[in-house]
Design a protein around this ligand. Structure first.
Ligand SMILES: [Zn+2]
Length: 81
């Protein structure tokens, strides 16, 4: 967890924290450069009770190290990692 995740998880009830983490893990960020996928949570992001459609993020890809466009989408289920 990064500082922001720790901060949020630290101030909300434990059951909320678990729900936020679980839901954030169902959002998958895919790199447009190399196709690498990882969960939004693993990238340090959070998303809870959001109904917004697919969005685009500019973040550094942990695999190819390119700071480029990433597509955020909902996964079928939580990633195991
Ligand atoms: Zn990449």
């Amino acid at each position: 967890m990064n500082w922001l995740q720790r901060l949020v998880i630290g101030v909300v009830p434990r059951s909320w924290g678990e729900a936020i983490e679980a839901e954030s893990r169902t959002w998958i960020v895919r790199c447009s450069q190399c196709g690498h996928e990882c969960s939004l949570w693993d990238l340090g992001g959070m998303r809870w009770k959001s109904t917004k459609p697919t969005q685009h993020y500019r973040v550094r890809c942990p695999q190819c190290q390119q700071r480029g466009r990433h597509t955020l989408g909902r996964a079928e289920g939580p990633l195991s990692s």
